[in-house]
Write a protein that binds this ligand. Structure first.
Ligand code: ZN
Length: 386
């Protein structure tokens, strides 16, 4: 049976009263048999309780949707935990937002912080599961020569223990051409990039180890674990090894967003890489061909088209298949259904086509906010799946 999940209330929207959030969830459940409600991390107790009660009434499970390796409005993370790029400088967050500014999982104080942060959520008694988000390194897409993390002291020491000299890695990466670097990040490595391959593997092990530790802690409370992961074509860039991560979760969501122009959106990330390659002297036509070859995705032939229209719905079919090939056993496809100006403005026809392309997944996650999703889309899903 298909699992239907909703991400709900990423932030406390001004008009989201306890009555309103309860009503919307009830209306959603009348349209679609929702079994998982993934609730945002910044809500007042009154909002949490309203959603928890309605979720229980609907016989669904409530998960906390929890960012891991980033800050949030309530948590100022020490700057000395920042991830450091190839140039040794902290990597700035997207728009300098705390929720998109990453800390390094290998920093010695970070493990204790993560464990404490999770413990208070897990022990609250409100949730049946935790949905781990931001379990990755920052995306280097807008500038791979500076934003590929992490080169901090703790990473350097841990890599050395594993036989990898990060100083040497840095020199090697700096000597690679822009083309070789991007191809490697997208999974088409070249002989000259073997040191980069070792570094990418080291990063992925760092993320997997962190998730394994958190997952065991969550399971010790008898709670379930869901993971929010990049779309498979882009996971190497951020240190997510889907085959390893699958072993630590009840289900894995992949962010198969073909037309999202914000972090983790496939078109956003590819656009970042395309602009960087063009700045480094590649012709536009060669850039788009390179990205299509290396990612094996149906990428338009011009940057303007990618920026305007994003990717085709078939992207979802391909990425879901790739997710299974990489070893995900219970795969939920993230379907972007929010309406957000300049971030996601797909038409109902495009959403319908995206849904049609997602049939092979074990389930869908309404992403990334039921609050911002037209309820008609839930009818569309029910009609397609019935
Ligand atoms: Zn580090």
């Amino acid at each position: 049976m298909t699992t239907f999940a909703v991400q709900y209330l990423e932030s406390p929207y001004p008009d989201a009263s306890p009555e309103a959030v309860r009503l919307r969830l009830r209306q959603a459940c009348e349209r679609l048999p929702i079994s998982l409600v993934l609730l945002g991390w910044e809500l007042t107790p009154a909002l949490e309780e309203a959603v928890a009660e309605e979720t229980f009434r609907q016989n669904a499970q409530l998960y906390r949707w929890q960012p891991i390796l980033t800050g949030d409005a309530h948590t100022d993370l020490p700057p000395e935990w920042a991830t450091l790029g190839l140039d040794g400088h902290p990597i700035p967050g997207h728009d300098n937002l705390p929720e998109f500014t990453f800390i390094c999982p290998n920093r010695s104080a970070v493990a204790d912080f993560l464990s404490e942060r999770l413990e208070s959520v897990a022990a609250s008694g409100l949730y049946q599961g935790i949905f781990l988000d931001r379990i990755r390194f920052p995306s280097p897409a807008i500038d791979p020569s500076r934003h590929l993390a992490c080169f901090c002291q703790d990473c350097t020491r841990q890599a050395a223990d594993a036989g990898l000299d990060l100083k040497q890695v840095r020199h090697t990466i700096q000597s690679l051409s822009a083309e070789v670097l991007v191809r490697s990040l997208l999974g088409q490595p070249d002989q000259s990039g073997s040191m980069l391959e070792l570094f990418l593997a080291f990063r992925a092990r760092s993320i997997s180890r962190t998730v394994r530790t958190l997952s065991r802690q969550i399971q010790s409370h008898n709670l379930a674990v869901g993971l929010d992961c990049f779309s498979p074509a882009l996971t190497r860039m951020v240190g997510q090894d889907l085959s390893a991560l699958d072993g630590y979760a009840n289900w894995v969501k992949i962010m198969t967003y073909p037309r999202v122009f914000g972090p983790a959106g496939i078109s956003f990330e590819l656009l970042g890489l395309s602009k960087w390659l063009i700045r480094h002297g590649l012709r536009e036509a060669d850039t788009m061909r390179l990205l299509a070859e290396a990612s094996q995705l149906p990428i338009p032939s011009t940057k303007a088209e990618l920026a305007h229209a994003g990717l085709e719905p078939d992207t979802l079919r391909q990425e879901i298949r790739r997710g299974y090939e990489l070893g995900i056993t219970n795969l939920l496809a993230g379907i972007a259904t929010v309406q957000m100006k300049e971030i996601h403005e797909s038409t109902p026809q495009q959403i319908q086509a995206d849904l049609n392309s997602s049939r092979a997944a074990d389930g869908l996650v309404i992403s990334w906010d039921l609050w911002l999703t037209p309820l008609d889309y839930l009818d569309m899903i029910r009609n397609l799946w019935s």
